[in-house]
Design a protein around this ligand. Structure first.
Ligand SMILES: [Zn+2]
Length: 51
């Protein structure tokens, strides 16, 4: 599961696929993938490898 954050309104959304539209502001292509720092996993490339 990845977290996507809207660059326009700052809303976050969880999902496996990148949402096309922001459910908060309705913006298109404004969602960027966020790293889940709290989980401690992942190598930064999106593969979510666990240590
Ligand atoms: Zn938004």
């Amino acid at each position: 599961m990845a977290i996507f954050k809207c660059e326009k309104c700052g809303a976050t959304k969880e999902g496996r696929c990148k949402p096309k539209k922001c459910s908060q502001c309705g913006g298109n292509e404004c969602l960027i993938k966020q790293e889940e720092k709290s989980s401690g996993g992942g190598c930064g490339c999106g593969c979510k490898a666990k240590k």
